[in-house]
Design a protein around this ligand. Structure first.
Ligand code: C5P
Length: 300
């Protein structure tokens, strides 16, 4: 059996750094949201044992350093020893862009591989492996709107935010998450926005611009990277209802009723900026379109 899956990106609607943990990681309160931008991952069992990973268009390594490879190896070693898979990963999500591409790919592999091999690893074991692969990976096992606590890997499902069309702008500058966190020094503590507390308490959905979210990593990134600063400023000037860095960047997302206005604003910028017109996806919507069915456009 061969199946092709969509591995969706995320944005951080809100990202608050509360301080540094003893292991050097930072304690976060973040709201994750799935968006329609995705990579494609095709998986089939092979007669040979081991992992045959192919990344045809580049954009990610095709070796053991790829999180897909590491996720697949753990599943095979523990629940399907001696068996083998061929995995083809086609990338769209910019690498190092704060959209969680690699983490999404890893989580998709952790959930899809057992389906293909017809094995059933216990859910708590899969969550544990996800944490070991990276701080964003556990979120992607859930998807939709979710709160990330601790290192961002303690996940609480939230009431889904209303669907929102967004422009994602990748300035084409890969950002090191480690460096961004390291540059924070002692982070300023800020109280959580009242609208977010209200939303968490009542479970009543609110439009993203009305949430009053922010990203504590934004200032450090905007200060350092001129390309990201100019994307950010142009989107603000174009009248976006929200403009925010996703994760540690460099992708900036913007809320527009009319995406064309935002696209025009960044068209004039020089450099490598790439734009993606996307919409947010609730958990049920992401689950429904997780598998590519025959005759359906893959990059919907
Ligand atoms: O877990 P992941 O590999 O995604 O994290 C990359 C780096 O980002 C970590 O090595 C750490 O330096 C930093 N980080 C952090 N606090 C977090 C998440 C990531 O300091 N909550």
């Amino acid at each position: 059996m061969s199946r092709t899956y969509r591995s969706f990106a995320k944005i951080n609607v809100h990202l608050q750094v509360d301080g540094r943990l003893p292991d050097g990681y930072h304690q976060l309160r973040t709201i994750f949201q799935t968006v329609s931008l995705h990579d494609l991952i095709s998986i089939e069992e092979t007669s040979a044992s081991g992992i045959d990973l192919e990344v045809p268009d580049g954009g990610a390594p095709a070796d053991e350093t790829n999180l897909v490879h590491r996720a697949a190896r753990t599943i095979l070693e523990r629940w399907a020893p001696g068996r083998g898979v061929r995995i083809v990963l086609r990338k769209r999500i910019p690498a190092g862009g704060g959209l969680g591409g690699g983490s999404s790919n890893a989580a998709l592999t952790l959930s899809a591989l057992p389906e293909i091999l017809r094995v059933e690893p216990p859910a708590h074991e899969v969550r544990k492996i996800a944490r070991e692969l990276g701080a964003d990976v556990p979120y992607f096992l859930v998807g939709g709107t979710a709160l990330g606590l601790g290192r961002g890997d303690d996940i609480v499902q939230l009431a889904e935010l209303p669907e929102q069309s967004l422009l994602l702008v990748d300035p084409g500058v890969a950002i090191s998450t480690t460096e961004v966190f390291a540059s924070l020094g002692a982070p300023r503590l800020r109280p959580m926005p009242a609208a977010i507390l209200e939303y968490l308490a009542t479970g009543q959905a609110v439009d993203i611009p009305d949430l009053g979210g922010f990203n504590d990593l934004e200032e450090a990134v905007l200060e350092r990277v001129a390309e990201i600063r100019s994307v950010y400023t142009s989107l603000r000037r174009a009248g976006a209802a929200c403009v925010r860095l996703s994760g540690s960047g460099g992708t900036v997302f913007a809320c527009f009723a009319d995406l064309e206005r935002g696209q025009e604003a960044v068209r004039g910028l020089s450099g490598q900026a790439k734009t993606f017109a996307v919409r947010t996806l609730s958990r049920p919507a992401a689950m429904e379109s997780r598998v590519v069915s025959a005759g359906e456009g893959e990059w919907l």
